[in-house]
Design a protein around this ligand. Sequence first.
Ligand code: ADP
Ligand code: MG
Ligand code: MG
Length: 762
Amino acid sequence: MRTIYTTNDACTDKNLLGNKGANLVTMARLSLPVPPKFVLSIDAYRAYKRSGRLPLEEIRKAIEELEQRTGKRLGRGLAVSVRSSAPASMPGMMDTVLDVRELEELLASVRKVFDSWDNARAIEYRRLNRIPADTGTAVIVQAMVFGDADGRSGTGVMFTRNPSTGANELFGEYLHSAKGEDLVSGRVTPRPLCCLQIEMPEAYYQLKEIGRTLETHFRDIQDVEFTIESGCLYVLQTRSGKRSGQAAIKIAVDMATEGLISREEALLRITAEDVRSLLHRRIESPQEYAHIAQGLGAAPGAVTGSVVFHPNEAVAAKERNESVILVRVETSPDDILGISAAIGVLTSRGGLTSHAAIVTRAMGKACVCGAEEVRIDLEAERFEAGGQIIRRGDSITIDGNSGRIYAGRLPLVEAEGSPELNTLLAWSDNVRKLKVKANADTPEAIAVAAKFGAEGVGLCRTERHFNAPERLSAIRAFILARTGAQRAQALETLGKLQKEDFVAIFKQLRGMPIIIRLLDLPLHEFLPADLENLDPGLAEHIRELRETNPMLGHRGVRLAVTSPEIYEMQLEAISEARSEVEADVSVMVPQVITLQELFWVKRLVKDKNLKVGVMMETVRACMRAGWLAKHADFFSFGTNDLTQAVYSFSREDVEKKFLTTYLEAGILTHNPFMVLDVKGVGRLMQTAIFWARKEVENLDIGVCGEHGGDPESIKFFERIGVSSVSCSPFRIPIARLAAAQAAIEHKRAATEEVKPPAPATN
Ligand code: ADP
Ligand code: MG
Ligand code: MG
């Protein structure tokens, strides 16, 4: 079995050489200056794990080759590094042994690095990042170069683009006359790469050229480690650069524009998390506040929270639903759990390529690092900055863009995106098949939805309109009316208020279509819960209206059957509002189980020229979808109620009582209210759509439950032939992107060759 590879072998298989090893070989083959090396493959790791033995003969031969190439003997002029190289990059998690000068030691180092695959933090890192635990690591043995050799030496990290903003400029840090570890560990705060441009211009421009070569080859931003020994530049590592969401979007759009990648590729590279981070908050008016310290803005977004100094405390605070900012001198891989529990991180030491900076950017947390003016006393759990003492539990605000730190909680505002995000979303709109609409009940929400690119309002609930005090008393008067006259009076008041609401809403639509859901809530929800001080007759009446299980009780269309006046009032209000403001209005009937209910409501609609659709949220409606489709103008799945019905779960009780246990025990893999349950609820939807489309091929079928904004669920909806999704206004950009990705993936799956089945293995 072959276990040792050199550049001559032309093998760049990550599964054999690991990521770092494969990329080193690739760079050498691109004629970039990489110190000579050989790689013990992952097969060698496996053999070592099985037998405890290393391929001694092969290693001896490889060293001889290395000695020939460098013209030096091991221990006499030649020193090597022994480095780990796993298929998935795990920065800093495994051991590296530097400056090895004799064979016995070298062998011990290889064993040490192999063994470090199983050290505690590597295991934890793999668990957190869902990296397979059983691959093992390759080992690279490489001639050492010395960044601290003399005055014409140094070491640094270069990103081929700015990993925080995405700007197409070299970005990085550099230490004059120092070793790589000094930089990577964050022990010293380095200087920006532009210093290198002044001190060693030749090396700088060579680096720039290398960056271009690497981007052209890898078609992605690269994070490059380099060392300069006596004026001679060497590249020690390259990998795809971790980047902020903002940078991910800018880089993808720029690379597509530069022709490095296709637009489809650009769309597929962006995650919902990337888009979300661009919709991150910022400080409302920072100029009005004095900051107490200034650091480096390492990961974008402004956050405000209380200070903790220990990662464990951040974890505990998260469990109490508290927002905390983790303050450390510097962070290490051991702090990962604490960082992921905090909303932001502040460090007093380390640069933009320090551990804290890289990890928070990848996680979408705000981070300010290298704030040297912040003097931390970990023992006393406090820090001093700008003449102020901030203790554990005190509130601060950090701005990951400007790098500024403020005492107290500053008002924050939502972000507005970026030009590149707009470009990306415009590309999405060209590709996607699903329409994206908004769940919006108020003119304000509709305005936000329009700004984010909604194509309509897919769900306008009318319950909320009744909850303002004057309205509440009107609906109460209606419910509790004793005479026909009282009832008519209450209805008239309600009708006027509803009409005003609809006028305001229609004005805001500016051409977008809207689906209004007729009243769904059980009436008693509008009645007082506390009956103590009420007139005894009234209290008795309210008691009669109470239900044992109101969510399965007298609500939705069932109300319209017993009290048609309410829907009549709503329909009349819509109609009157529309005579004042032109609008494309449909109404949707909640809780339908049978065609007869749809007919009932259609009779109430009469000649009002409104499209009438069914909210598909009961199991029976799904089973009767063919018949309903023949008589409905559209369907819209309410996946929240449908999930409750399919599971026989009452959402609030379930989430409060036992869902966590179910998830921990692995009985359920996801909360079905957050990620659509494809196998159960999804199957039911698929069945309903099949029968509906059999009757009416081009029926408009939407989804307006919470799942309408979840990227994974959106992919499923696309596959089963849903025509639109509707979600909360702030999720619309994510839904537009997810819909585009769904369309691309769907198309690719359809055109993929049918591969012959794999040969049978044992
Ligand atoms: P990690 O995967 O943890 O980043 P590396 O294999 O990159 O580990 O090694 C860590 C550091 O060791 C590098 O950042 C570099 O500073 C130093 N190093 C590794 N190989 C060499 C070498 N051939 N010459 C000089 N320094 C080296
Ligand atoms: Mg490294
Ligand atoms: Mg519902």
